[in-house]
Design a protein around this ligand. Structure first.
Ligand code: FAD
Ligand code: DLZ
Ligand code: SF4
Length: 509
């Protein structure tokens, strides 16, 4: 008899390990455990979503005829970690093998590979996670011999592999990428659809009460817990996105609007990452909308690229370069994460709105993460590990394999430009151009070195100035350095002095 362990982010009925197990003979174990729930201070909604989705999935498996041993969270349990639970079950059932699907975090996978078989005294079979479009070895083959890895080229391979938006081997419409059409500020007119709100069943209610009690000191609120926790709710969320959001997804992909939590984004990442939806299912639905002429090409291409491009690409990089990737700090950052990343209390209107979305919903859309909270951490030189732990904690979709390359590589440029050829550093001007935040802000986006000047403005030039040696040979940064060098000395000094002052009292902004 074999034992199959299903992790919280493996809630997919045709998971690789389930395909090799036999419901008649083998047993499944699933467990809510302290170690997984607290390796960072996960947002309350992230834990609630995972625990509830795990409990619903266990029911789904039982209905399909599986024998499932499920450990609900108990703070006083003698089992603190997954290996504790598995060891107990191996002993009580006499299982001869443990069967796993490759997991999403190096920390756990490493322990499984190195320690579990020895500790359990039985063989451990690990199957590749084929819910992804590319296997980790396929990515490694593609990366082999390339000096720099560019998402765009990998993405084209994935387009060819999947056939999405391909006509006779050529990209639909003649172009691979329609990003240039996807940078509009919101027009102030197109109405935002209200994201679906799901009814809570008994399982949800039990879990929400448990999380409120046991994880009270974790960040975020449970008041607006709207995530789906079953496969059918996740399917409904996908249907909602395709019907009401996809058409405008491309146009307003980079826009930000005060008080609007999702705009036309899909809110599907938590379901994709825990296995309630698969990448193929989501891309098939978007592709079908294009074929039925229900959504324009720039939107469908942009959406599919995020999934078969970015999502697969960051996973490939993660497995190619862990564990040393997590330790990189190419810009030699030394500053601690400011207080407001945890309490949300700041006079910067853009940051405040992103924090509110984060704490109320365990969500922020990509541009909020990249160009506001991420950009601020880049400009101020936050220690990569601190900002990475923050992103890993506060979002319902956060798992190391996807969070780390996005934060450490894309946002913090801490891998020395391996993932992105140029840092995504921007002044307040970018935020002003793409949002309505600045009109309601304590600071003025128009000035750089005054008492009330937008912090992003002087911090941007401070970043450019202090990293001249890091970027002076980067041809994509040439224009920026020329602009800086053309400023008169007095102006430069005032801007740098203003930034130094802000950096000295970073917690007070
Ligand atoms: P949409 O805008 O609707 O996009 C559709 C889907 O594309 C997403 O659901 C997601 O699966 C995928 N996607 C889009 N961009 C990326 C990307 N850069 N990397 C990987 N997948 C992408 N995404 C996570 O899933 N988990 C994380 O922990 C995570 N951490 C991030 C940290 C930082 C600093 C940044 C800048 C981005 C991070 N992202 C992460 C990527 C992206 O911000 C989220 O996937 C997206 O905001 C999720 O919201 P959505 O489902 O509404 O996305
Ligand atoms: C994120 C998470 C949380 C909060 N809790 C659990 C848990 O109690 N049990 C479990 O199996 N998985 C949990 N997870 C997801 C895991 O952390 C995730 O499966 C691993 O990190 C591998 O990606
Ligand atoms: Fe953000 Fe600066 Fe605009 Fe204020 S003025 S909202 S701090 S970009």
């Amino acid at each position: 008899m074999k034992l199959g362990l299903i992790l919280g982010d493996q809630l997919t009925p045709d998971l690789a390990s389930l395909r090799v197990l036999d419901p008649q003979q083998d047993r499944i174990v699933m467990a809510e455990v302290r170690d997984e729930a607290s390796y960072v201070k996960h947002h309350k909604q992230k834990i609630a979503l995972l625990f509830s989705a795990m409990r619903h999935f266990a029911e789904e498996l039982r209905e399909a005829g599986w024998q499932v041993d499920y450990h609900a969270y108990d703070a006083n349990s003698e089992f603190k970690s997954l290996i504790d639970v598995v060891e107990h079950h191996v002993q009580t059932t006499g299982a001869e093998r443990l069967v796993l699907t490759q997991c999403g975090e190096y920390r756990l996978q490493h322990a499984m590979d190195r320690k579990w078989a020895k500790q359990l005294g039985i063989p451990v079979d690990v199957f590749s996670d084929d819910r992804f479009i590319a296997t980790t070895s396929e990515f490694a083959d593609w990366a082999d011999g390339r000096k720099q890895l560019r998402m765009e080229y990998f993405y084209r391979e994935m387009r060819r592999k999947t056939g999405y938006l391909m006509v006779d081997g050529e990209p639909e419409g003649g172009k691979w990428n329609y990003d240039a059409d996807n940078r509009k500020k919101w027009d102030g007119k197109t109405p935002f659809p209200n994201p679906p709100v799901f009814e809570r069943d008994e399982i949800d209610q039990d879990v929400i009460a448990l999380v409120a009690e046991e994880f009270a000191d974790h960040p975020g609120s449970l008041d607006a817990f709207h995530w789906g926790t079953t496969r059918s709710q996740a399917n409904a969320a996908l249907g909602f996105f395709i019907q009401y959001c996809l058409t405008n997804f491309g146009d307003f992909q980079d826009a930000m609007v005060r008080g609007e939590r999702a705009l036309f984004h899909s809110l599907l990442s938590p379901y994709l990452n825990c296995g309630l939806l698969t990448a193929k299912q989501v891309c098939d639905a978007a592709h079908q909308a294009w074929q039925d002429k229900r959504a324009p090409l720039n939107a469908v291409e942009g959406f599919i690229r995020q999934i078969i491009g970015w999502r697969e690409y960051v996973r490939g990089i993660y497995w190619l370069h862990m564990p040393h990737y997590a330790k990189e700090n190419a810009l030699n950052n030394k500053r601690a994460l400011p207080r407001y990343y945890w309490d949300g209390d700041t006079r910067m209107a853009c940051m405040s709105d992103c924090f509110k979305n984060t704490f109320d919903h365990a969500y922020a859309h990509h541009i909020q993460r990249l160009m506001v909270t991420g950009n601020f951490a880049l400009l101020t030189g936050i220690i990569p590990e601190e900002i990475c732990d923050w992103y890993l904690a506060v979002y319902a979709d956060a798992y190391d394999w996807v969070e780390l390359p996005n934060t450490l590589g894309m946002v913090m440029h801490a891998d020395g430009g391996y993932l992105g050829s140029k840092p995504y550093a921007a002044s307040g001007n970018y935020i002003h151009k793409m949002s309505d935040y600045c009109s309601g802000c304590h600071y003025s986006v128009k000035t750089q070195a005054e008492e009330d000047s937008c912090p992003f403005n002087s911090l941007y030039w401070h970043f450019i100035h202090r990293h001249r040696d890091d970027f002076k040979n980067n041809h994509r940064m040439g224009m920026v350095y020329r602009t800086f060098d053309r400023m008169n000395d007095e102006k430069k000094e005032r801007i740098i002095a203003r930034a130094d002052d802000l950096l000295n009292r970073l917690d007070d902004l």
